[in-house]
Design a protein around this ligand. Structure first.
Ligand code: PRX
Length: 652
């Protein structure tokens, strides 16, 4: 057995188990195993029942049409996503309930009730219409975590326009690429954003991006910071959000009914090639996944105060800051800034201030909090919390235990939710009132989801074995395609194991059927829960005329999960100096975004390649993680990796 395998078996052997606390179990929405049985016996009926929790302007009669790899769910029904997230809560008891509690990094606080949010969305929908945006048009949104971001996305949904949100940490170049791929004609941005007290020049980035985007006609600018130095408004193209909103009618905007399968949004994510993929999500299926998982996995109830720390620019923010919790009529806390600003207890202060009951964050953050010490959370009252969640990367059992004991005070179940941009909603996760928890395992597929772990031939590996994580049946919130590139959709997700969705992750299933996610098996690196394609970083590196070739890998990092190590060969006569390494790091950050900045750049005369010329990244990972080299017999020149290893070790 491999040493990895032995380590894993020891881990399983030592794993403690935690049953859901009685108090939690007794009030949980999913409180009987029956829900799993029902969903397994008739998945389509199960999902139809969940979809009926949404409000339909024209109810569906058809549930699923599955022509692999294309699924259509609830496809003769009509509904609107803004109606479902906002307008249906503007009647009755929830009308004046807080929908969003927003806290700025700078300390300002704002509450938007469902009715107030609805009025803003209506105005923004009128505004976008006046700018010529109609159903099916793409709108790129590049904003910080401000209420206008939620308002803009829901206004798009109300019109039937497709939003394409680009995380505010992305560079001008990355933004341009995404605007052009989506063929968006309208961009919504801000003058700037705040991050750790610094001003992030979003408008300047947008201006720079737009030099490459000739088809953009209109830019709407939210004034977040004010008096931003050097800000220029381009006549005829740029308008202020607040001025346009003032001019827009204050009358209700009639939601545009959308077919269940109409596109709600696209969201770009990294793949194994340099070009990011525009993941396409449908309206009804996506909302069904978001809403169902909020009810069953997050156990959301009318009196919950829910806080998810993800940025809305990522899928977690789409599903679990906006569409999921608002579709349940919950109160959502949105925090604009960094967890350590101005002090390292900012999250705990927020939890105490608003009485947060459900808290959802990433393992990287948890490991960072661990480093900062238990005194910070312990100096705040966290007894309002009743449920904790984690997402984005595997959580190590130590971090899990810390989260459980220090933040949850051994009272709150933890839902470790495995999912992806492509899956739209949580796929493998405990149900908090039902599932026994094992620290480090995402537990079992949620009801209505069918997963497996298979070998290279697609055969199930069975208990104890490791292999590729796949999803064996279609599910409502699955991606529908890749924007403008259906062949790539087939090839990436469906060609490897026909009829079965390939996740790109490795996993093991234990004797109890619990899934242990091992991380990506493709050329994607997961840095602090952010997906970065090795190819994207490599092409940014070879942009520099001094670089001949590069190979990028993810190596283990105690806090970030993985860190980027770049191996670079330089052109004849170029010296690998620390200044050059610094230049290259800055260049990668400017080309993609700060999260893609390599942790270290290592200059090497040659890269280890097979006889057919393929770079052996596995061996580079061995070098970067200080392990004995694996099998080198297929290398064209085994001396290359040996000397690289010596050089690398010599450097420490
Ligand atoms: O490798 C898995 C990891 O994050 C990838 C998906 O990244 P992204 O599309 O950016 O979405 C992140 C948030 C849903 C997966 O392929 N991942 C996500 N959640 C977990 C995880 N790995 C282990 N455990 C998780 N709970």
């Amino acid at each position: 057995m491999s040493s990895e395998g032995e380590k894993f078996d020891t881990l399983l052997h030592e794993t403690r188990r935690f049953s859901p606390p009685r108090a939690f179990r007794e009030q949980a929405t999913a409180s009987s195993q029956e829900i799993y049985h029902k969903a397994a016996a008739n998945p389509e009926e199960f999902w139809a029942e969940q979809a009926r929790c949404l409000q339909w302007s024209n109810p569906f009669t058809k549930v699923l049409d599955w022509e692999p790899p294309h699924a259509r769910w609830f496809y003769d029904g009509e509904l609107n996503a803004a109606t479902n997230t906002v307008d249906r809560h503007r009647q009755g008891a929830t009308k004046n309930k807080a929908a969003i509690i927003w806290e700025a990094e700078t300390g300002e606080r704002t509450v938007l009730t469902y009715d107030m949010l609805g009025r803003e969305v209506d105005r923004a929908a009128h505004m976008l219409t006046s700018l010529g945006v109609g159903a099916g048009d793409r709108v790129t949104i590049y904003l910080p975590m401000v209420p206008e971001l939620v308002i803009a996305m829901l206004a798009c949904a109300k019109i039937g326009a497709i939003h394409s949100i680009v995380f505010g940490g992305f560079s001008a170049k990355a933004l341009a690429e995404r605007i052009n791929d989506a063929d968006a004609h309208v961009v919504i941005t801000a003058d700037a954003g705040f991050r750790r007290g610094k001003v992030v020049p979003l408008k300047a980035n947008t201006d720079q991006a737009l030099t490459q985007c000739p088809r953009v006609k209109q830019v709407v600018v939210v004034e977040r910071v004010g008096q931003v130095e050097g800000l220029t408004m381009h006549q005829g193209r740029d308008v202020w959000w607040h001025e346009m909103m003032d001019q827009a009618p204050a009358t209700p905007f009639a939601a545009v009914p959308r077919n269940a399968e109409d596109v709600l949004f696209t969201l770009y994510t990294s793949g194994t090639t340099g070009k990011p993929k525009g993941i396409v999500h449908s309206t009804a299926g996506y909302l069904t996944g978001a809403n169902t998982s909020c009810r069953l996995v997050f156990d959301l109830k009318p009196d919950d105060i829910y806080f998810c720390t993800a940025d809305i620019g990522w899928i977690t923010g789409h599903t679990y800051v906006v569409y999921g919790p608002l579709s349940c009529g919950a109160t959502v806390v949105i925090y604009e800034g960094a967890p350590d600003w101005p002090e390292r207890d900012r999250y705990w202060e927020i939890i105490e201030r608003y009485g947060v009951t459900v808290f959802y964050t990433a393992p990287t953050s948890i490991r960072t909090f661990m480093k900062w010490g238990p005194e910070l959370p312990s100096s705040h009252r966290l007894d309002s919390l009743r449920l904790l969640g984690t997402v984005g990367e595997p959580i190590n059992p130590e971090a899990w235990m810390w989260y459980y004991q220090v933040i949850g005070q051994s009272r709150c179940p933890i839902v470790d939710t495995w999912w992806q941009t492509e899956t739209g909603a949580a796929m493998i996760s405990p149900l908090p009132g039902l599932t026994e928890l094992k620290p480090g395992s995402a537990a079992v597929p949620v009801p209505g989801i069918f997963t497996d772990v298979v070998d290279a031939k697609g055969e199930p590996v069975g208990p104890g074995g490791g292999g590729y994580l796949v999803v064996t049946r279609p599910w409502p919130s699955m991606l529908r395609t890749i924007w403008g590139d259906d062949p790539r959709y087939r090839e990436t997700y469906w060609d490897r194991f026909p009829g079965v969705y390939f996740t790109g992750d490795g996993a093991r299933v234990d004797e109890d059927g619990y899934y242990w996610i091992l991380g990506r098996v493709d050329d994607v690196i997961n840095v602090s829960g952010h997906r970065i394609g090795t190819m994207e970083v490599e092409s940014a590196l070879v942009d520099d005329r001094r670089v001949a070739e590069s190979a990028v890998i993810g190596r283990h990092h105690d806090v970030k999960g993985q860190a980027i190590s770049a191996f670079v060969t330089l052109k004849e006569g170029v010296q690998g100096t620390s200044e050059l390494a610094q230049d290259l790091k800055v260049h990668v950050a400017e080309t993609i975004g700060a999260m893609a900045r390599p942790e270290e750049i290592f200059f090497t005369a040659e890269l280890p390649k097979t006889r057919s010329g393929k770079i052996m990244r596995r061996l580079l990972r061995d070098v970067a993680e200080g392990r004995a080299l694996g099998d080198t017999s297929t290398l064209a020149d085994p001396a290359v990796i040996e000397s690289l290893k010596q050089q690398y070790e010599g450097q420490d």
